[in-house]
Each structure stands twice: as structure tokens, then as C-alpha cells.
Ligand binder design. Structure first.
Ligand SMILES: C[S@@+](CC[C@H](N)C(=O)[O-])C[C@H]1O[C@@H](n2cnc3c(N)ncnc32)[C@H](O)[C@@H]1O
Length: 162
């Protein structure tokens, strides 16, 4: 998109994301919490939504149906599924807004309890569901995770024993 600049010329503007800055205004004044976004801009105080945006949390819902090609070996398929679920959870941690939701398919096995504990540290409600449309003999199941909690430290999700 071409835009006219202050000298009457034009320049190409591609992919510019506008960011709201709340530096030194009344709303932010006196509040202890501040963040520096990916471009080095300081945001002091402001709403949860503004803090989310400043830190790149802009996604409302993450759905993951990821699965590797099944090997037929239950533990191998389970371990691969856990790796993909943890990658999806990392994506949620980085991008999901506070209050956002995550739905994730997984293959059941002995590591899924540790994953569930991790999910519970990031989300207010975590449901484990096996819909009727999923074949009973299949190990696939789903976690439905509702409402991302505010202000959860990364290490509190990922670096805790299951
Ligand atoms: C069950 S299929 C999903 C089908 C999809 N929901 C659809 O309707 O087309 C599993 C998908 O996970 C993807 N996948 C497997 N490993 C992946 C990885 N490491 N990163 C990203 N996607 C992966 C596969 O490419 C495959 O498309």
C-alpha cells in the first residue's frame, strides 16, 4: 500500500502492525508492572489486553490435530504425540491471550498425566474427553483447556515435575 509522507512523496508500507503505547499516561502512572515488547517499546501498567498484545499474545484459540504417521507401536506413537502436544502448548504459552482456549488431540499413554498437569498450570479448566465420533479401539483422546490464566511464568508450566 502506498502512503503519502510529510514531504508529499510516497513510500511503500508493508505489514506494519500498530501497537498502542501506554507510557506515562494516567492509566499507567504509578503501576509497578511494565513490559518491553519485541520492538523494545516500554509499556507501563495498562490493561491485561494491552500487556498481552505488548508481549505478542494475540491468538484467541489454538486447535491442534497434529499427529505423526502412526507406527503401530503404542509407546512410540504416544511419545511422538506428547512431543507434538508439548510443542503446541509452547505455542499457546507464547501466543494465546489471557482467557484464550486450547484444544489438543493426543494419544493416551503413561506420559499424558504429566501433560495434563502442565495444562492445568496454564488453564483454569482442563477437560479430558473422548467423543463418540472417536473410535473406541483408538488411543486418541482430547484435552479441552479453557481460559488461559493471567501472569503464569514459563518455568511454572514447563519446568515442574509432573
Ligand atoms: C491427523 S492429521 C491432521 C489432519 C488435519 N486436521 C486435516 O483435517 O487435514 C495430523 C497432521 O499432523 C501433521 N504433523 C505431524 N507432525 C508434525 C510436526 N512436527 N509439525 C507440524 N505438523 C505435524 C501432519 O502433517 C498431519 O497433517
Amino acid at each position: 500500500m502506498a502512503e503519502e509522507d510529510e514531504n508529499g512523496g510516497t513510500e511503500e508500507v508493508v505489514g506494519v502492525i500498530e501497537r498502542t503505547r501506554q507510557v506515562g499516561n494516567e492509566e499507567g502512572a504509578g503501576k509497578a508492572d511494565s513490559v518491553i515488547d519485541a520492538f523494545g517499546s516500554l509499556t507501563v501498567g495498562g490493561s491485561q489486553k494491552q500487556r498481552d498484545a505488548a508481549e505478542g499474545r494475540v491468538v484467541d484459540v489454538v486447535l491442534s490435530d497434529m499427529m505423526m504417521n502412526a507406527s503401530g507401536m503404542p509407546f512410540r506413537d504416544h511419545a511422538g504425540s506428547m512431543d507434538l502436544c508439548n510443542a503446541a502448548l509452547t505455542f499457546c504459552y507464547d501466543t494465546l491471550v489471557t482467557g484464550g482456549h486450547f484444544l489438543c488431540k493426543f494419544y493416551q499413554g503413561k506420559e499424558d498425566h504429566a501433560l495434563e498437569m502442565r495444562l492445568k498450570r496454564l488453564f483454569e479448566k482442563v477437560h479430558r474427553i473422548k467423543p463418540e465420533s472417536s473410535r473406541k479401539e483408538s488411543k486418541e483422546s482430547y484435552f479441552v483447556c479453557l481460559r488461559r490464566r493471567p501472569d503464569v511464568a514459563r518455568e511454572d508450566v514447563f519446568d515442574q515435575p509432573g
